[in-house]
Each structure stands twice: as structure tokens, then as C-alpha cells.
Design a protein around this ligand. Sequence first.
Ligand SMILES: O=C(CO)[C@H](O)[C@H](O)COP(=O)(O)O
Length: 236
Amino acid sequence: MSEQDPVKLMKQQVGKAAADRVKSGSIVGLGTGSTTAYTLQYLGERLQSGELKDIKGVPTSFQSSVLAKQYGIPLVTLDEIDHMDIAIDGADEVDPNKNLIKGGGAAHTREKIVDSLADQLIVVVDSSKLVDKLGSTFLLPVEVIPLAITPVMNKIEKLGGKPTLRMGVKKAGPVITDQGNMVIDVKFDSIDNPAELEKTLNNIPGVLENGLFVGVADVILVGEIKDGKPLIREIS
Ligand SMILES: O=C(CO)[C@H](O)[C@H](O)COP(=O)(O)O
């Protein structure tokens, strides 16, 4: 990807805009993905310049803990904190009610735990992620305990979904999550009631968590390009 790639530029701008909202002394949930990677980079730069002091990060994945260490962001676990001021995370789809599909990086289980504990969740996306209805462009990720893959897929088919086991890239066999589980990606013809589907899926024995985030996001920062220039739109 070149430096001029418009999607990369939007991700960079929006990732930075979110990092600029973090205040000194905050405990910060650190999201996963290529957009929040920029947030972590800019948080590290703000720390290094001394403009930002004394923050602690709670990683949502192996990826975000590696990046946090690389950028000098001190980490804490959920056992060590009694609150979280803010979390910044990406998304694969955002609907007009600020409901999300997440899990493109197979990290949605830890992301949902961390994001929903934060006083404020800021979601950072480029404009291609905005949809009228969830499930229109992205399959819904579901993390499943390995021994239950077949019964869970059968049950999802009975619910009208078309499940596919997510396979690794540069790795033979399925994607294995940070928790040691597998991910199925499900095509639903229409997700009319995301809150109900979120509960229905999580109620299937063997499902750990699905990628529907309903009522969790407070603010969406959208990176856009207008007249050749990047700009940030806020939905709150
Ligand atoms: O949910 C996620 C990982 O599980 C990511 O936040 C989501 O896939 C967006 O990623 P990116 O910023 O790379 O587009």
C-alpha cells in the first residue's frame, strides 16, 4: 500500500484523532486492528513528547499488547483496575444506531469485555464501514470452543445463517483466537434485530462470544476524504 492510499490515510487520521482525546492519568482500553494501531502509535508519540503523562493501557488482544510495548504504553490487567476511563477500538461495520460488527481480527471476545467496561467507547472507522443495516457487507464472526464447532454450525444453519470456518492465512488449518478457540463467519440474509441475535447466538452451547456490539459505542469517529482532503466526522 502506498502512503497516498486513501483508506490508509483515513485510518491514520481517525486513529490519531482518537489518541488526541486521551487525557493524562487515564486508564485506556486499547483496541485491535489496523486503525487502532495508529491510535497506539500516536499515544506512544504523545507519551514520548511529554504532552501525555501517566496513562495505563488495557490490551484487547495479543496484537495490541505487542504494539503497546513497542510504543512504550504501560499495560495493566483487568484485575489491577477498578474503572476504565476510555476505550478506543475499530469496527468492521457501524449502523445508524452506533451498533457494530467487530471481530475481523478475531479479537471480538476480549474487545467486548474491555470496550463495555470503559466509561466511554470511541470507535474509529473509515467511511467504508458505515452501513444502513448490519451484516450487509461483513460476515458476523462467532468465537466457538473447538469441540463444539459442528453442533454450533448446525444450530446456526437452523437459525437461517450460513456459517464458514475461518481459515488461517500463511497457516494451514483454522484461525485460532488468543483464547485458543476457532471463529466461524456467518452470513445472515438480514439482521433485523441485532440485540436479539446477539443474545440468541451467545445462548448456543459452545459459543463464547459473537461480534455484535449493541449499545456499547458512545462516539464514532469517521475518517473521510472530501475534495481530496482527509477530515474527521463525529457521530455521538
Ligand atoms: O474487530 C476488530 C478485530 O477483532 C477490528 O477492530 C476490526 O476488524 C477493524 O479492523 P481495522 O481497523 O483493521 O479495519
